[in-house]
Design a binder for this molecule. Structure first.
Ligand SMILES: Nc1nc2c(ncn2[C@@H]2O[C@H](COP(=O)(O)OP(=O)(O)OP(=O)(O)O)[C@@H](O)[C@H]2O)c(=O)[nH]1
Ligand SMILES: [Mg+2]
Length: 292
């Protein structure tokens, strides 16, 4: 049996369902997801192990028209990730009309050498006719190796997609040990789980203003004590995130802790601190410090 291995980069506009699909393919939650656009801020690798192949999915931030320096840097992350992969998965949601954002991305992909598989995501949210119309609309966006409708949430056609992407990989050995599902480090994953919890229930500009860093992790008896900071952009955002008598911050901590305990396989004490880094999305030095 020939064994294949290589990289598939997922690209699409913000909120298209790239990260949810990455998790569905890997079979565990390695990246955070949310209903807010621009959730993903790094290129995250998720590893799909199959008997005949190892497929490394590179999940990327949504490609968009940038309004801040952070936005520009996120787009740069996507372009760097696209440069060196075996196949590209272009995600377009079934429940939203194909728009200028998708056309813009399709034009960029046309200039690349790698084959592109168009993926119509969230099919559980659309009826048959809508999906059929979307297949036609997406096929007109470019020259694709395949077009596949999938639902990451319902698990529809996810296996089929894994097979189609794998077919574009070169023959090669395993690139990661078979029990590894991502190469993200634990601290980065913990910071993301806290950010995911903080995103829940906030609106407008606030989701974009949130960044999280882990300051310290100390084992104490059977407990892991984690100190983390939730960074915001304006003092007025503090009250919203902290909530009346600290209720919202407490809820963020409780939600994040459950995810972190699952990740670490042990009990966690989470100490969250809220700080203001004025306008960090537009400040090169602050972006560097926050890891962007
Ligand atoms: N019903 C349904 N919802 C989905 C599906 N896939 C994703 N979603 C939802 O769509 C929203 C966006 O999903 P994400 O996976 O975070 O999207 P993304 O493309 O990674 O977004 P960015 O990281 O912001 O670019 C979330 O609310 C998901 O729960 C799906 O197959 N079915
Ligand atoms: Mg994402």
């Amino acid at each position: 049996m020939t064994f294949r291995s290589g990289f598939c980069c997922f690209v699409g506009r913000p909120n298209a369902g790239k990260s949810t699909l990455t998790n569905a393919l890997v079979g565990s939650k390695i990246v955070i997801t949310s209903a807010k656009p621009q959730t993903t801020r790094r290129a995250v690798r998720g590893i799909v192990n199959r008997p005949d192949a190892q497929l490394v999915i590179v999940d990327t931030p949504g490609l968009h028209r940038p309004r801040t320096l952070l936005g520009e840097r996120l787009n740069d992350v996507v372009r760097a990730a696209l440069a060196d992969v075996d196949v590209i998965g272009f995600c377009v949601p079934a429940d939203e009309k194909v728009g200028p954002g998708d056309k813009f991305i399709a034009a960029e992909l046309a200039a690349l050498k790698a084959p592109v598989v168009a993926i119509i995501t969230k099919t559980d949210r659309a009826g048959r006719d809508r999906i059929a119309a979307q297949l036609v609309a997406v096929s007109q966006l470019g020259d694709f190796a395949d077009i596949v409708p999938v639902s990451a949430v319902a698990g529809d056609q996810v296996e089929l997609l894994a097979g189609l992407l794998t077919a574009h990989l070169p023959e090669g050995p395993q690139l990661y040990p078979a029990d590894v599902t991502t190469d993200e480090d634990v601290e980065a994953r913990i910071a993301e789980l806290i950010r995911e919890a903080a995103l829940d229930g906030v609106r407008d500009e606030l989701p974009h203003s949130i960044a999280v860093t882990v300051e310290e992790m100390n084992p104490r008896d059977a407990l892991m004590v984690i100190y983390a900071t939730v960074h915001l952009e304006r003092p007025s955002q503090k009250g919203i995130v902290i909530g009346a008598k600290g209720a919202r911050l407490k809820q963020i901590g409780t939600t994040a802790r459950a995810g972190i305990e699952e990740l670490l396989g042990g009990r966690v004490h989470l100490d969250l601190h809220v700080a203001v880094e004025a306008d960090w999305q537009r400040d090169p030095k602050k972006l560097d410090r926050l890891g962007f």
